[in-house]
Ligand binder design. Structure first.
Ligand code: PXL
Length: 281
């Protein structure tokens, strides 16, 4: 069985980061180690939150893993709590990269044209250095603009040329493959577009659900990474993750006790497992 480590926070309530990555990646048949960067009472889209920064734990944990000879087939990073942690994460890549493992960075820091509340304007340049060391990065359009300095354009106000330029600028950060999430060229359709250093392009669109819930970006990255770890081609992994997120959003919208602050993914885990096996054939 493949073993990965995911580096992101624990938000105790609000289904995001590690409380999404761990169940989703485990269910996909991949051992999921965790390196928690912070413990929050809940994610930062609530009116209030507590945050205990765990930066001082990252190095001793990494030292111990190195001493124990622990290795990873993949490293997946999400929300990082500070600029300092971006530097620590880049160092972690240098220590645990083997040449064969896959490093995926979801620069979770912004959405809908705005940085998340816990960050200031200096954060994106620190995250860009983490992206530079990744094999695959998975920003949304807001994050891609903050990483590259390109102007942010809302849905309906951009075309394929804009998305292609964003992807090219993301590759210039240093990563091997850039995947943009939340791309829409026509009403009612939403999807992803990717470009790699060899010029290979891919895009995949699903119906656009009218609802939106927090944590769907983390569900997307976790499922895509799980698929990649199980040997799916990039395009197949991106498509599986997109279909999974639609299933989760629809299940949440149908639930009588749906919570505004998170997408209900648990009920869709059996679908994800079945579909993964099917698409691996
Ligand atoms: O879903 C991304 C995420 C992860 N972790 C924390 C967050 C958010 C988004 O707001 O606040 C703490």
């Amino acid at each position: 069985m493949k073993r990965i480590v995911t580096v992101q926070d624990i938000s105790c309530i609000g289904r995001c980061s590690i409380t999404v990555a761990l169940p989703v990646i485990s269910a996909m048949g991949v051992e999921c180690g965790i390196l928690p960067t912070a413990v929050l009472s809940n994610h930062t889209m609530f009116r209030s939150f507590t945050c205990k920064d765990l930066s001082d734990q990252i190095e001793p944990i990494a030292d111990t893993w190195e001493k124990e000879g622990i290795t990873f087939d993949g490293i997946y990073t999400g929300y990082l709590a500070s600029r300092e942690q971006c530097g620590q994460t880049a160092d972690f890549f240098d220590r645990f990269r083997t040449g064969e493992n896959l490093i995926l960075v979801d620069p979770a820091m912004a959405d809908n044209g705005q940085l998340y509340p816990a960050f200031d304007e200096s954060f994106p340049s620190a995250m860009a250095k983490v992206c530079a060391k990744a094999d695959v990065i998975l920003p949304n359009i807001t994050e891609a603009c903050l990483l590259t300095g390109m102007p942010y354009r809302q849905e309906g106000k951009y075309d394929e040329t804009y998305i292609h330029e964003l992807l090219q600028r993301l590759l210039e950060l240093g990563c091997r493959t850039a995947v943009l999430t939340g791309v829409s060229f026509e009403p009612g359709r939403l999807g992803v577009a990717s470009l790699d250093r060899d010029g290979n392009e891919f895009s995949y669109f699903t119906k656009k659900c009218p609802q939106s819930y927090h944590g769907t970006g983390d569900l997307y990255s976790s499922a895509a990474f799980g698929g990649l770890m199980r040997g799916l081609e990039l395009g197949d992994a991106l498509a599986l993750a997109a279909d999974f997120v639609v299933m989760c959003i629809e299940a949440t919208a149908d639930a009588s006790d749906a919570r505004w602050y998170a997408a209900e993914f648990e009920s869709q885990i059996p679908w994800l497992c079945r579909e993964l096996e099917e698409r691996m054939k």
